[in-house]
Design a protein around this ligand. Structure first.
Ligand SMILES: CC(C)(COP(=O)(O)OP(=O)(O)OC[C@H]1O[C@@H](n2cnc3c(N)ncnc32)[C@H](O)[C@@H]1OP(=O)(O)O)[C@@H](O)C(=O)NCCC(=O)NCCS
Length: 249
């Protein structure tokens, strides 16, 4: 019900709360826990921090979301001052360097000043996009390839560039208001079969009619959880006679 191509790239303490199906299609490094909606996927990239991603989101390859800043006005920007993750493979640093607790606390304070990003429903993010901390991307928004999103994106806006600026709106104001009232993404695609998605007004009419007739109800299932602990990668079992192959016999 969750598809994770590279579970080893997900930090041990991370818990993904999701509604099925949700997919991390390719190599996606995940540093912090987040919440994900159904029929959403991330092709590849880095989830440094993310509050939540809604339903029906398509996130392109090379996505980076919610990464932290290094201190810019200290003597150095080097991360090794407050986190030992990068150079612990180097014994002198590993055994002798003790980060100053005051520096660790200051960095933590920096990190929590801006909230983890929020991505709405039916958001399409093109390839190689970076979304900075503190940003909310509204329902139905589109982020053009190669953009760096530094500010909130309005629902149903198309934004692009570095920094990302509005390109245009997907629909007129009246249609956007109707979309926000109908909230088609609250329904499972299996229950929306037969709806003419390619004709926005007809589709909204069809969904409204089904809701009014009581034949279409929103999904109400609970979020499921995934973590390394609950789903450890399979232990490596040596294949029988693999030594024969290695020795070339
Ligand atoms: C955002 C996007 C959907 C817009 O497509 P479109 O509606 O056909 O837009 P147009 O090509 O008509 O361009 C409209 C304007 O946006 C600008 N624009 C388009 N893509 C842009 C981008 N990636 N970054 C910055 N500006 C962009 C164009 O230069 C143009 O500007 P102008 O009006 O000043 O000339 C498309 O450009 C895009 O980025 N698609 C993502 C593709 C991708 O990454 N796919 C991966 C699979 S998930």
């Amino acid at each position: 019900m969750i598809q994770i191509k590279s579970p080893k790239l997900i930090s041990k303490n991370v818990v993904i709360r999701y509604r099925a199906p949700f997919s991390l299609v390719g190599n996606v490094e995940v540093k912090r826990s987040f919440k994900a909606g159904y029929y959403s996927y991330i092709r590849s990239g880095l989830v440094a921090s993310l509050n939540s991603i809604g339903n029906y989101c398509s996130i392109g390859p090379g996505f980076t979301v919610g990464d932290t800043n290094h201190p810019v006005d200290w003597l150095s920007t080097a991360g090794l001052l407050y986190t030992k993750t990068r150079f612990n493979w180097y014994q002198p640093y590993k055994t002798r360097f003790i980060p100053d607790p005051a520096h660790v606390a200051l960095k933590k304070d920096m990190d929590t000043r801006k909230a983890a990003p929020v991505i709405g429903n039916d958001v399409w993010i093109g390839g190689n996009v970076t979304v900075l901390r503190g940003v909310t991307i509204g329902d139905g928004a589109i982020v053009a390839a190669g953009s760096i999103v530094t500010k909130d994106v309005a629902p149903f806006a198309i934004v692009g560039g570095v920094p990302a600026k509005p390109i245009r709106m997907r629909f007129d104001e009246e249609t956007v208001a109707r979309l926000q009232q109908v909230k088609w993404w609250d329904y499972d695609i299996l229950d929306l079969m037969g709806v003419d998605f390619s004709d926005i007004h007809r589709a909204l009419d069809q969904i409204s009619e089904r809701v009014a007739a009581g034949t279409l109800r929103p999904r109400t299932d609970d979020y499921l959880t995934w973590s390394q602990a609950a789903d450890p990668p399979p232990a490596k079992v040596p294949r029988p006679f693999s030594f024969l192959k290695r020795s070339g016999r």
